[in-house]
Design a protein around this ligand. Structure first.
Ligand code: CDP
Ligand code: MG
Length: 710
């Protein structure tokens, strides 16, 4: 056993010395010592993420504080930390550790810490000068995730500001910004003209071929899943040895594609069907964010001799993770992306065409170690007409509510003139301020309220946090904590592909709904959580009821962590407390209303509902909801999220009474965008504020009610 370990580690050492970054080790160590800011750029796979933190460790930076490395994706943070702990011969969680939302694998000994950008943002809330760290490496900056963009602005302010702000630090903080080759000049200018260190790449030519299947309107997943499977099989049977990387959109599409691939690969006759005689089998491996980590590790291992590896991945394999041995790319041309949808004023995960630069990045994955080929399933017309040149940064296309609350809690009141690398549209900032105001996190002057300070502590969407805090103030947090946890993990309901099994699963799920009182989707989540927790054999219980045991296990852990945050806050001085006399079901739903009154809809005719957010969109209840087909008995409902196809579907739905939201609804129309924008800029004078206050009270006296606006 010990022999194998030694051999393995020698192998790893040998590999890391072969990486393009290795010859630049000393120069990089020096450059970080000499500069406050440094931009490091290099082809994906050159060793930036795994090696630079180790080089800085070897240069002794850890003596002055931790070396922190941020990643936009949690899977990347975990797998890279795993790899680096192996390279540094320590167990994960000791010298090398990681922290992602709801999963902290670090200890007192941790000196190299990989984490998501969201985690570092939370750490800044409690320690604005990051006194625990000597170096912060912001990695994958080209991905332009919302949190990384905000961190860039914050670190620019912290490091460039005078000593005053740096009190609490003995030595100045070093910031390294790492990015694939795009936009490095822009980053350098943003960071005051800091040096850019370029790691010369070694990449080989990749021949790209367009397909003929996908045209402008083919965004149905059945179409592109079928096409990538066909293409992957053509490569497998027709091309010489070398591994395949397929880019798809998300977990369910990937699982579907893998299922079909397994089935088709079984019927291949290697004597006749496959051109390269050395290829004797196909190893199919899925790769997506919520996959168990031990399974993810398999992706990096070389396949057995004669076997071709085919990894079917989300965009995570485009830059965050590098898989060795890839010679062929199959590109679906689509990505699942979070976008703000103005039709429903919510962020929605949707399948959209990738950008041209993204397509080039995907193709490049085939040319790391030798020339490669990229097979695109879409045609040239799709490339020209449907694919934008660049991906729009997340900050310009998603809700800013959580980050703006974080900024405000950090004392950044002027959220409009904050140093953004790319400025979000002012209307998005306004929208966020409006939402924060609606859930009582900020007051009309844009100042964070006592409630807002409590809210920022929870890594949850503001509406859900608001409902949870309401429950806590009424002493019924046991109802909301499990629900908040269940809404923070992947979908718990398993829906098998096989029609017979599907029927059985649906039956079991219906039974669970009945046992929960069948009244609303939130209560079902609570009931499943409680039932499974109380079971003597929870994993068997899950299997029997077609529930994801892994998701429930995470939900248990998330619930514990949310409870810990709550208990800590309740010990603080002025945690609000109220009284309520009523039954449990009403109490539960009224707490939900406090957070979700912004997501309220009223049935208009038949099965059609109308939202109350001012847009008055026509919406339907999703077939997966327990309230589907019971629409006729409903009047008012609140919902957790929506699914947009040709129609807008409400998901996780709960019936309510108009009485419960009556007093809250005027808030949806109360805020005036002009006033809020001056609040955001801090230009509002007391005189203006008084004028506004009197206007508001006049409006209220005039009785502007939602009933009238319907
Ligand atoms: O950050 P950059 O893209 O420059 O490279 P990296 O992620 O540091 O990857 C360097 C090498 O480590 C690549 O050859 C990866 O395949 C390998 N690696 C691995 O084998 N296992 C991991 N979990 C992560 C990286
Ligand atoms: Mg990297």
């Amino acid at each position: 056993m010990s022999k194998i370990t030694k051999w393995d580690s020698m192998e790893v050492l040998h590999e890391s010395k072969n990486l393009p970054i290795y010859p630049h080790k000393a120069k990089l160590q020096r450059a970080v010592k000499d500069n406050s800011f440094l931009v490091v750029t290099g082809e994906t796979g050159s060793g930036k993420t795994t090696q630079l933190p180790q080089y800085l460790h070897q240069a002794g930076f850890w003596r002055d504080g931790k070396i922190g490395v941020t990643q936009p994706r949690r899977v990347a943070a975990i797998t890279v930390a795993q790899r680096v702990s192996e390279e540094m011969h320590c167990s994960l969680g000791r010298e090398v550790g990681y922290q992602v939302r709801f999963d902290d694998c670090t200890s007192e000994d941790t000196v190299v810490k990989y984490m998501t950008d969201g985690c570092l943002l939370r750490e800044i809330l409690t320690d604005p000068v990051l006194s625990q760290y000597s170096v912060i490496i912001l990695d994958e900056v080209h991905e332009r995730s919302l949190n990384t963009d905000i961190l860039l602005g914050l670190l620019k302010q912290t490091v460039s500001s005078t000593d005053e702000a740096c009190k609490g630090r003995s030595l100045p903080l070093k910031v390294v910004v790492m990015s694939a080759t795009l936009e490095t000049d822009k980053l350098s200018v943003f960071l005051g003209g800091c040096p850019v260190f370029t790691i010369p790449g070694r990449s080989f030519p990749v021949i790209c071929r367009f397909g003929c299947a996908i045209g402008e309107k083919d965004t149905e997943s059945t179409v592109y899943v079928k096409e990538v499977v066909k293409m992957a099989l053509d490569v497998h049977t027709g091309e010489p040895a070398g591994d395949i990387l397929v880019f798809l959109t998300g977990q369910s599409e990937i699982e579907k594609a893998c299922d079909i691939l397994y089935e088709k690969a079984e019927s291949i006759d290697y004597r006749y069907d496959v051109q390269d005689g050395k290829v004797e089998g196909l190893l199919i491996l899925p790769l997506y964010g919520s996959m168990p980590t031990d399974q993810q590790k398999q992706i990096f291992q070389p396949p057995p001799p004669g076997i071709r590896k085919c990894v079917v991945a989300t965009n995570i394999a485009a830059t965050s993770l590098t898989i060795n041995g890839i010679k062929y790319i199959v590109d679906s041309g689509f990505v699942k992306q979070l976008n703000h949808n103005s039709r429903v004023s919510m962020d929605i995960l949707e399948v959209v065409p990738i950008s041209k630069s993204e397509a080039q990045q995907r193709a490049g994955r085939a040319g790391r170690t030798s020339p490669g080929k990229c097979f695109r399933i879409y045609n040239q017309e799709f490339w020209e007409k449907c694919m934008p040149d660049y991906t729009v940064p997340e900050i310009q296309r998603t809700s800013l509510t959580s980050v703006i609350l974080t900024l405000k809690c950090l004392g950044v009141h002027d959220v409009i003139r904050f140093p953004y690398l790319d400025r979000p549209e002012e209307r998005f900032i306004m929208e966020a301020l409006k939402q924060l105001y609606q859930c009582d996190a900020i007051d009309r002057r844009g100042k964070v309220t006592a409630l807002g300070e409590l809210m920022v502590e929870f890594p949850l969407p503001p509406g859900l946090t608001r409902a949870l805090l309401q429950a806590a103030s009424l002493g019924c947090e046991d109802l909301l904590l499990p629900v908040a946890a269940m809404l923070s993990v992947e979908n718990i309901f398993i829906r098998p592909g096989h029609p017979e099994k599907q029927k059985e699963a649906d039956k079991k799920h219906r039974l669970l709904a009945e046992q929960a009182g069948g009244c609303n989707d939130f209560t079902i989540l609570l009931s499943v959580f409680e039932k499974c927790k109380a079971s003597d054999h929870p994993s068997a219980w899950c299997k029997n009821h077609f529930i994801h045991w892994r998701a429930l296990k995470s939900a248990f852990s998330v619930e514990t962590q949310l409870r810990e945050i709550l208990v800590r806050l309740q010990k603080k001085r002025d945690f609000p407390m109220e009284k309520f006399d009523g039954n449990k079901s009403e109490l539960f739903r009224r707490c939900l209303c406090t957070g979700y009154f912004t997501n309220v809809a009223r049935r208009s005719v038949g099965k059609v509902f109308c939202t109350m957010d001012g847009h008055g969109s026509m919406v339907h209840i999703h077939p997966s909801s327990t309230l589907f087909d019971q629409e006729a008995q409903l009047d008012w409902v609140i919902f957790h999220d929506v699914l947009v196809t040709s129609r807008v579907y409400l998901r996780t739905v709960c019936p309510i009474r108009y009485d419960w939201v009556k007093d809250l609804l005027p808030k949806l129309h109360e805020v005036d965008v002009y006033e809020l924008s001056s609040v955001a800029r801090q230009e509002v004078t007391d005189e203006e504020m008084a004028k506004w206050d009197s206007k508001e009270s006049a409006k209220r006296q005039a009785g502007v009610s939602v009933e009238e606006t319907i």
